[in-house]
Ligand binder design. Sequence first.
Ligand code: ACM
Length: 675
Amino acid sequence: MIKVLLIFTLILSAFFTVSAQDFQTARRNLMPVPANIAWKNGRLPVTKNFTVAVSGKTDERLKIYIFRVMRRLEGRTIFEFSRDLSTDAANASLLIETISTGNATPKLGDDESYNLEISDKQAKLTAPTTVGAMRGLETFLQLLEGDKDGFYFPAVSISDKPRFPWRGLMIDSARHFQPVEVIKRNLDGMAAVKLNVLHWHLTEDQGFRVETKRLPELHLQGSDGDFYTQEQIREIIRYAADRGIRVMPEFDMPGHATAWVVSHPEIASAPGPYKIERLPGIFDPTLDPTNEKTYKLLEVFFAEMTALFPDAYMHIGGDENEGKQWNANPKIQAFMKKNNIKDNHALQTYFNKRILKFLQKGGKIMMGWDEIFQPDLPKEVVIHSWRGQKALAEAARQGFTGVLSNGYYIDLMFPASQHYVVDPLPADTTLNAEEQKRILGGEATMWSEWVSPETIDSRIWSRMPAIAERFWSPREVNDVEDMYRRLEVIGTQLEELGLTHRKNQPILLRRLANNQDISALQTLVSLIEPVKEYRRYQVRPQTMLSPLTGLIDAAQADANGARKFNKLVSNRNFSADSTKLKMIFSGWKNDAMTLSAQIEKAPALSEAKQLAADLQSLGGIGLEIVEMLETRKTSGAEWRDAKLKSLTEIAKQKAGLEFQVIESMKVLVNATSGN
Ligand code: ACM
C-alpha cells in the first residue's frame, strides 16, 4: 500500500511540479499572464514592411491605439513602418477584427476579452469590443522577441479575459498634487498591464484639488493653487477612456476634510478658523452632519461633480473619522439624542444616506471605504475594503459588492512578492458562488504623503504589474520567482511610455552627490529600502511642504542588489560561490570608502554617513567569511556572536533607511562559524 501511495505521489508531483524553466517557457514575458495560452511551432518575422489591417466595426479610438502601438514597436525594432492601415486584410502582418466598438466611455463589466492567433503568415487579433482589442494589442507587444535572425512574434494561440472586472490604481493627488502629465503617463502604464480603473483621490486634509465653478472658494482656498481645472479633468477622462480606463473620483468625507473647511468653517463640527493641513496623519476637522448648511453646500457640489465625471461610480471616502469634534460638540450630541442616533457610526450612516441622495440624483452609485458599511444601505453601494478581507467577505455575505485594497498598499514600501500573494478571492474563501460574484476585484493604493511627481512612478511601477496580474490572471498564476523575472522585463517596456520609475533614481542620486560620480552611491542604494508601513514620519519627520529629494526618496522598495544577493545566499552553495561573494563584498567595501569621501563634498548626503560606514562593515564581515570559506576554516562562537551583534546594529534604520541583506549575512556568519 505504501509503495502504491509512493508511486502515486511521484506521478502526481510529475504533473504538478513546474520548474522555473517551464514557467519561463510557458509565460515568456507576458504580464499579466493570459487565461489560456497554447504555444505553436513557427514565428511571424517583423520586417520594415510590417502592416496592420482592421476589419469589422472599428472606431477612431482603436485606430489611434493601433497607431500608438506601432510607434512603440518602431521604438523597439528601429524600423519605420507605414503610417497608414493596410487595406489588404488577407496579407497584413496583423489583422484586427472587432465585432463592435463597445462603450466609448468604459463601464464596469465591459467585455475585455480577446483572441490572438499568430502563425508564420499572420497575427490575427479578434475581440468583441474595442477595449478587448486594446488588451490584446498589449499582449501582442509583450510577445515580441528577437534573436540573430531578427525580431519576431512566436506562433501562439491565446484566448484571454480578465478574472475580475474591477482592476484599479488609486492615485492620491491631494496630499501631494500630481500634475496632468503624471496622471497621463500613469494611465499609459495602467493600459499596458490591463488595469481599467483610475480611482482619483481628490480631496483631503492637505488639499482640495478639483476646480468647482459653483463653489470656487473650495479649490482656491484649499489648494495653494495646485488643482485640476475642469477642462483638465475632462482631458484626463478622455485620455483614460481612449485606453479603456474608467475614472472614478473620490471626495473624502466627513473626515479627512480640513481643506473643505478652510473656506467653509461653518460646516465643520467645531469653530474654525482652519488652515490647509501640512502634516501626515488623521486629523480632527470633520463635516457637521447635523447642520443643514453642510447639505446645502454638498448638494451644490455633487450636482456639479456628478455632471463632470461620467463614471457610474463615485467614492465618498468615509474612512478614519474618529468623531472627536462630534463628541465635543453639545449641539451635535443633542441632535443625536433627539433623533435616537446611538453612536458616531450611526451618525455617519445618517450623513451617508443624505449624501447618497445627491449621488443618486446625479445617477451615481456610491462607493466608500469599509467604515461606510451598514446593512441597511442600498445593496448597490460598493464597499472598498482597506482594513481586511474579512470585512469584504462580510459585506459580500450581506449582499454588497466590494473591492479589495487591503494588501495592495504600495505606499508602504513592501516587496512585490508580498502584494502578489494577496488574492481578492483566495482559494479557501468561505463565500458561496453567488457571494463570490460580488467581489468585483481590487485596487492598489498610492497614498501620496511621501511622493512627488519625481518619485511617484518609482513607488507605483516597481510593483504594480505584479498586482495587475493578480487582478487579471487565473488564481493559479502564482510563481513568485517567475513574477520577478517578468516584472524586470515589463519594467523596461514601461519606460517607453515615459514612466520615470527607473530613470529618476540616478537623477536624484546625481543631485544628492553634488555632481560627483554616483556608482558608489548606487551600490548603497541597491541594498537599502525606506522603512516600511507608516514609520517614515516617526523616524524622519517632514511636512507636506518638505522637499522629497533625500536618499530615502531615491531608495525604492524591492532593492535590486539586495534581492540578487539574497538569492545567491539562499542557494547555499557558499564554497562554490565564494568567488562571486568575494567580488560582491570587496565591491561593497570599496564603494563604501569612495562614498564616505564623497559625502564630505555632498552636504545633502550627510545623513548617509552611518550607512556608508555600515556598508564598509558589511563588506569587511563578508570578506572575513570568504576568507574562511577559501581556507576551509571555521570560526568560534566568540567571532560569531561579535558579528551577529554588529549585524543587529547595522540592521537598525538610519535616515529612515534599512539594509535588506542582514538576514542573509546572518546565514553566512552562522554557516562559517561551524553552526
Ligand atoms: C485609508 O487608508 N484610510 C483608506
